[in-house]
Design a protein around this ligand. Structure first.
Ligand SMILES: O=P(O)(O)OC[C@H]1O[C@H](OP(=O)(O)OP(=O)(O)O)[C@H](O)[C@@H]1O
Ligand SMILES: O=C(O)c1cc(=O)[nH]c(=O)[nH]1
Length: 223
């Protein structure tokens, strides 16, 4: 995404309390001096604006696709808001934007199963907030392929630009690069750690977090 839009997104996330600085333990167990909690896009206006950022990033990528898939749980509102924004975006004019999502627990009554929404078919864009170790993407790819559809891309809000794995066995590329290599599909992000670092440089009120984020990037990051 063009620099100024990525910067606007990072600022938006900060204002919503989604982007935080401090000491956080991530799903992988790694400790991070910053955290992106997409669950705090938690009202109609902010989740609507978030959808517009996703839609613009996908339009800017020029990728063609048939539908969206949001992995449970947080991917569900993300795919929903992105589908609404895309259906109003000129790049998608006159073409529907079907979307689907999964349940974490299979349902054994009613329609049953784990998939909800439009049938998975064609070229599917997986929508999530961040990729850390790639587990959520791996599970999504398996679901999409099992349904006879094709993963076409991953669209995330924030590329943390960091290597996955234990401290003494870090992946060669970033988790995002590893996903691109493993599945042969592009990962599009609205913003990245580089944009967060630019924000820290620009904003004197955030200056106290610069050293910790720089040290973290030096330890785990890719350029
Ligand atoms: O690349 P990964 O290692 O899979 O990490 C990233 C995933 O982890 C988080 O979701 P989580 O699995 O915690 O589920 P949630 O959406 O129910 O919060 C996040 O929303 C991504 O989906
Ligand atoms: O790795 C994680 O657990 C993680 C990092 C982050 O910035 N945001 C998030 O929701 N999860």
């Amino acid at each position: 995404m063009p620099g100024s839009r990525a910067q606007a997104f990072v600022r938006f996330a900060l204002e919503q309390g989604v982007l935080n600085f401090g000491d956080f333990t991530m799903k992988s167990g790694r400790r991070s001096p910053y955290f992106f909690n997409a669950g705090l896009f938690n009202d109609g206006a902010s989740v609507g604006r978030l959808g517009q950022f996703y839609a613009q990033a996908l339009a800017d990528s020029g990728l063609d696709f048939d539908m969206l898939f949001g992995p449970a749980y947080k991917g569900i509102p993300l795919a929903t808001t992105a589908a609404i924004a895309l259906s109003n975006h000129p790049a998608r004019a006159d073409r529907p934007v079907p979307f689907a999502f999964n349940r974490k627990e299979a349902k054994d009554h009613g329609e049953g199963g784990t998939l909800v929404g439009a049938p998975l078919q064609g070229r599917v864009v997986i929508i999530d907030d961040v990729i850390t170790a790639g587990t959520s993407v791996r599970e999504s790819v398996a679901l999409i392929r099992a349904a006879g559809a094709r993963p076409a891309a991953v669209l995330i809000a924030l590329d943390r630009m960091e290597r996955a794995g234990a401290d003494d066995a870090l992946s060669e590329g970033s988790a995002v690069q590893e996903v691109e290599r493993a599945y042969g599909i592009p990962v599009v992000s609205i913003a990245s750690l580089a944009d967060i670092m630019a924000l820290l440089e620009d904003d004197a009120t955030l200056a106290r977090h610069r050293d910790a984020v720089s040290a973290y990037r030096a330890r785990y990051g890719v350029q």
